[in-house]
Ligand binder design. Structure first.
Ligand code: AP5
Length: 210
């Protein structure tokens, strides 16, 4: 089995859906956003380089991203394919990936821009387990986080101004990546507006997972 890509604009629900899909496919989730945030928090060379780009809503340079992906794919749990979340985001990243990994399917989660700002400015996650919540759409259950030790985390780049910059970056540099995979015959477009569970089911059906 090859790898799967979850593709879409910021706030499309890639992280939300990735957690549900990997529970079923068993593949590890490989999120370049999460890897970069961990590098920023740890103060590594990659983190120091990435921080300014992330804060302004721009993309981190391709060579940095391709290097961290190449390293990640050498880890034993990646041997049977992974679920990429937020990668690739430029045509050069997609072309680099074509050279190192087989891609079985690309799931494009489609959400219009006017829905996205509200989704991102209302987002919070559990620092302990990474589960994603939303002030209105997906609040923390009254019984608390399923992991049992909830600690609220809000991202530094989730302000309204930065979300608008991230959307501009997406339209200019990332959206053409969908056409790249459409031409390769592996792109599945999924409506990302509506019930989270129904969207998960549509993704699983597109992947042929029972
Ligand atoms: P990254 O962390 O990848 O952020 P993103 O792509 O902007 O995506 P998000 O994590 O914001 O959104 P998501 O689609 O995962 O949505 P979520 O599930 O959380 O990247 C951050 C930065 O790192 C980039 O700006 C860039 O600088 C850098 N970077 C990362 N990868 C890079 C790369 N490959 N190349 C270069 N630079 C890179 O959902 C959002 C909210 O909506 C949540 O609150 C959720 O509860 C809610 N929600 C989810 N589904 C629904 C639904 N169906 N209905 C209502 N609400 C919903």
């Amino acid at each position: 089995m090859g790898s799967i890509i979850l593709f879409g604009p910021p706030g499309a629900g890639k992280g939300t859906q990735a957690q549900r899909i990997v529970d079923r496919t068993g593949q590890p989730q490989v999120s370049t956003g999460d890897m970069l945030r961990a590098a920023v928090a740890a103060g590594t060379d990659v983190g120091i380089e990435a921080k300014g780009y992330m804060q302004s809503g721009a993309l981190v340079p391709d060579e940095v991203i391709v290097r961290i992906i190449q390293e990640r794919l050498t880890e034993p749990d990646a041997a049977l394919g992974v679920m990429f979340d937020g990668f690739p985001r430029t045509i050069p990243q997609a072309e680099a990936l074509d050279r190192i990994e087989t891609i079985d399917a690309v799931i494009s989660i489609e959400v219009p821009d006017d829905e996205i700002v509200g989704r991102i400015t209302g987002r919070y996650t559990c620092k302990s387990c990474g589960r994603v919540f939303h002030d209105l759409h997906l609040p923390l259950p009254k019984t608390g986080c399923p992991c049992g030790s909830f600690e609220e985390l809000r991202r530094a780049d989730d302000s309204e101004a930065t979300v608008r910059a991230r959307l501009e970056t997406y339209h200019a540099q990332t959206r053409p990546v969908a056409e790249h995979y459409d031409r390769a015959g592996v792109l599945h477009r999924i409506n990302g507006v509506g019930d989270v569970e129904e969207i998960s089911n549509a993704i699983l059906a597109a992947l042929g997972v029972e």
